[in-house]
Design a protein around this ligand. Structure first.
Ligand SMILES: Cc1cc2nc3c(=O)[nH]c(=O)nc-3n(C[C@H](O)[C@H](O)[C@H](O)COP(=O)(O)OP(=O)(O)OC[C@H]3O[C@@H](n4cnc5c(N)ncnc54)[C@H](O)[C@@H]3O)c2cc1C
Ligand SMILES: NC(=O)c1ccc[n+]([C@@H]2O[C@H](COP(=O)([O-])OP(=O)(O)OC[C@H]3O[C@@H](n4cnc5c(N)ncnc54)[C@H](O)[C@@H]3O)[C@@H](O)[C@H]2O)c1
Length: 464
């Protein structure tokens, strides 16, 4: 009789890692199956970490920050190459893999290398070059993540027509580029390539970018995109993509227009990694985008089978995936102690400049007939904004007119994704606008924006 694990986790991205470690901390016997040669999933290997590292390298090498302070063009390196960017990205990926492997090994998690598929609700087959082995577990957790969505009419060739997994495959920095999809991936890469001087055309089928974000913030972002010479084509759908004989690429739009460029990034969403899992063996379904439905404890229809992370769909963030993994592992072992409130989950969008928010948008509150007011602080009014050379950033607090409860915080500007956590803490602890008025912040800091925005908001309420 072989080992019976308490939990087998399929996938070593943020969701799977956190589930495995939480289970191990409870003293359980855990195995983690990963089909890639390295741990970390899309987060470390192709998604979050590479894109955020590339962004940092772009800001540094392109002299973006220098320009905002001295108002002139200065490049650390005159000809920035894809190799310059890849060098830094590979370094950070390697370090993150090492850190993760050490963490898993310290917690005595057994690594099984290969593709996992279900035999039944308590047995998983793992197949690798040496053959197949069947493992037994009391609980199984699916954390297989997603891959870029494809289309038969978009021939990804890995060199001029790429998806987000293949950005570093570009051998040379294109002069012109088409980005299909104005979601988070499309907009983040759009900002990076534009900062490098690439003329980008961003094509999005919806009437606006990043529909879930506050409109005022997206209008501010659009100003920056135009300033970086990005052409935005909204309400336009790419129907097909062609490689031309001269090596360029053409996007054919539904509206019959054509857009030509040196390269094209196809970023129209993601598809759950469910094909290999043989879900039918456990009676679990997935939808057309490969998403697995789960209950509030992340249980599928099969009580011993859980699913977490990107493979269950929205919000598809590394941060949230980790939390889902932790909760699912706890529930699998009857631990109800972890409570997590999704309304306090933040968004960090690493555009240039950064966007971050929590809570409701003005549009949502208007829709819900909530009597709200806003308070805004502009970085240019704050000493730290002037010192850092970011005079276009802004922080907006949305609060209830009568109770002054915080309903949302929306920031665009340098450091937004870090700065947001002050608002998040105050919101989560039930604090109100008055907290910012009564609290002394370090000076000069961007945190002062909260105080200025709170005063601005109170003045507006007092005047009506
Ligand atoms: C370009 C890009 C940028 C992003 N930026 C951010 C960001 O800034 N902030 C943020 O919070 N999120 C970001 N995300 C999202 C984030 O990467 C994901 O939310 C996160 O990786 C999801 O974690 P996961 O564990 O669910 O899946 P993944 O990280 O996708 O890991 C799944 C793992 O499962 C393995 N696997 C799949 N099928 C099997 C099988 N049958 N057997 C064995 N192993 C299997 C895969 O090989 C993979 O290693 C970004 C994503 C992309 C693509
Ligand atoms: N900073 C972050 O948190 C971060 C960064 C990157 C990715 N992510 C995660 O990765 C996930 C996937 O991101 P994504 O941007 O690929 O997907 P997405 O679904 O967010 O955006 C895809 C966009 O492409 C558009 N689109 C689809 N087909 C089109 C067509 N034929 N022509 C023109 N436009 C078209 C859609 O309208 C949509 O706006 C997101 O859910 C996000 O949570 C997060």
């Amino acid at each position: 009789m072989g080992t019976v694990y308490d939990l087998i986790v399929i996938g070593s991205g943020p969701a799977g890692q956190r589930a495995a470690i939480y289970g191990a901390k409870l003293g359980k016997r855990i195995a983690l199956v990963e089909m890639r040669e390295v741990v970390g999933g899309a987060c470390i290997n192709t998604g979050t970490i590479p894109s955020k590292t590339m962004r940092e390298a772009v800001l540094h090498l392109s002299g973006y920050n220098y320009k905002s302070i001295y108002g002139m063009n200065y490049r650390v390196k005159e000809r920035i190459t894809m190799a310059d960017l890849a060098f830094r990205v590979q370094h950070v990926i390697k370090t993150e893999i090492d850190v993760t492997e050490a963490q898993l090994s310290r917690n005595n998690i057994e690594m099984l290398v290969g593709v996992a598929s279900f035999e039944d609700a308590t047995h998983v087959k793992v197949t690798n070059t040496k053959g197949s082995t069947i493992y037994e577990a009391k609980n199984i957790l699916i954390a297989t993540g997603t891959k870029p969505a494809t289309s038969a009419k978009v021939p990804i060739n890995g060199t001029t027509i790429i998806n987000s997994d293949l950005v570093l495959n570009l051998t040379t920095l294109p002069k012109t580029m088409i980005i299909v999809g104005g979601g988070v991936i499309g907009v983040e890469y759009c900002c990076m390539f534009a900062a490098l001087g690439v003329r980008v055309t961003l094509i999005e089928r919806r009437p606006r970018l990043l529909e879930f974000a506050d409109q005022e913030i997206i209008e501010a972002l659009s100003y920056h995109l135009r300033d970086a010479r990005v052409t935005m084509r909204l309400n336009e759908e790419v129907e097909s993509v062609e490689e031309m004989a001269d090596g360029t690429v053409v996007a054919n739009l539904e509206s019959k227009k054509k857009v030509q460029a040196d390269a094209l990034l196809y970023a129209v969403g993601r598809q759950g990694n469910v094909d290999e899992l043989n879900l039918a063996m456990v009676g679990v379904d997935s939808d057309s985008r490969g998403r697995i439905p789960v209950d509030k404890d992340f249980r599928t229809k099969q009580p011993t089978v859980f699913a977490v992370g990107d493979v269950i769909g929205f919000p598809s963030l590394a941060s949230v995936s980790m939390e889902q993994g932790r909760i699912a592992a706890a529930r699998a072992f009857g631990d109800e102690s972890i409570v997590s409130n999704p309304s306090f989950y933040p968004y960090g969008i690493y555009t240039i400049p950064e966007i971050s928010f929590i809570g409701k948008t003005e549009e949502q509150l208007t829709e819900e007939d909530v009597p709200y007011e806003v308070g805004v602080a502009y970085y240019r009014e704050i000493a730290r904004g002037q010192i850092r050379g970011d005079t276009t950033g802004r922080l907006k607090i949305i609060f209830h007119r009568e109770s002054h409860a915080l309903l949302g915080v929306h920031i665009i500007g340098e450091g937004a994704s870090e700065l947001l956590h002050i608002g998040q803490a105050v919101m989560a602890l039930g604090g109100k606008l008055d907290y910012f008025v009564e609290t002394v912040f370090n000076y000069p800091t961007l945190a002062e924006c909260y105080k200025v925005a709170a005063f601005n908001g109170l003045n507006r309420v007092a005047n009506v």
